[in-house]
Design a protein around this ligand. Structure first.
Ligand code: NDP
Length: 247
């Protein structure tokens, strides 16, 4: 029997990068994965590939910044598989720019996706997990959730918020329910994340940096697998993972 056999894992941001790599890794360990993101074609292709190789995967097109979408994703999972063991709240955007450029729309987008998206995921899944008296919520944080750099004030702000929300939820749930919360905080990872930065010079610089010096999405997937694989008596509160070759 595979180690995650029978586990139902919801993954947001599953259409690329860390979410996609994690979906593939967890499915190969026997988990039933429910993929969520906005790009239907990508989700369809990933789920189909997984199913063709004998794994369990379904998907739901969701915008995490809409509470009703996250409720629908959880409903789909429960209907298909009867429960939710893990929510990997991973979708996010990183729209870096200096504050004085006043890219207010981009600030709001990061707040909507990175903070509200995480809250909506939690809100959608908590009643199910409390009823089950079992669950693990893994939030994708970042090393930017621990220290602030130039051009990343708002992005860092969203990740600091995710850490605060995770800490608070852990303190509440660990006292009366068997619900654990893990923060996974990677350093730079070679994914599509930087491709959405609107400042082209900053985008090119970071793209080069993550391509040559970053972690792979598969590295981060291993950290998620580690958190899920621990005994129920152990809570992996935080994982910080950075490239082995120091910068
Ligand atoms: P990607 O851009 O490859 O993945 C981001 C994922 O989020 C995509 O699947 C995207 O799918 C999804 N997404 C974005 N907006 C929404 C939305 N509104 N609703 C639903 N899904 C959405 O980047 P990563 O894999 O790197 O990013 C994953 C997480 O990792 C993010 O939270 C990021 O902040 C964090 N992180 C990344 C680091 C890095 O250097 N790459 C470092 C530290 C943390 P779609 O567009 O189809 O909706």
């Amino acid at each position: 029997m595979k180690d995650l056999e029978g586990k139902v894992v919801l993954i947001t941001g599953a259409s690329s990068g860390i979410g996609e790599a994690t979906a593939k890794l967890l499915a190969s360990h026997g988990a039933k994965v429910v993929l969520g993101a906005r790009r239907k074609d990508r989700l369809e292709k990933i789920a189909e590939e997984l199913r063709k190789s004998g794994k369990e995967a379904i998907y739901e097109v969701v915008d995490v910044s809409r509470y009703e979408d996250m409720l629908r994703m959880v409903k789909t999972a429960v209907k298909a598989y009867g429960k939710v063991d893990v929510l990997f709240n991973n979708a996010g955007v990183m729209l870096l720019s200096p504050l004085h450029e006043l890219k207010v729309d981009e600030w709001m987008k990061m707040i909507d996706i990175n903070i509200k998206g995480v809250l909506y995921g939690m809100a959608a899944v908590l009643p199910v997990m409390r009823e089950q008296n079992y669950g693990l919520i893994i939030n994708t944080n970042s090393t930017a959730g621990y220290r602030v750099m130039a051009n990343s004030a708002v992005y860092s702000g969203t990740k600091f918020a995710v850490r605060a929300i995770s800490d608070g939820l852990r303190k509440e749930e660990s006292t009366d329910k068997n619900i654990r919360i893990t923060n996974v905080a990677p350093g730079p990872v070679d994914t599509e994340l930087v491709s959405h930065i609107s400042d082209t010079a900053l985008r090119d610089e970071l793209n080069e940096f993550t391509k040559t010096k970053g972690l792979s999405p598969e590295d981060v997937a291993e950290a998620v697998l580690f958190a899920i694989s621990q005994p129920e008596s152990a809570s992996v509160d935080e994982i910080i993972i950075s490239p082995a070759k120091k910068l």
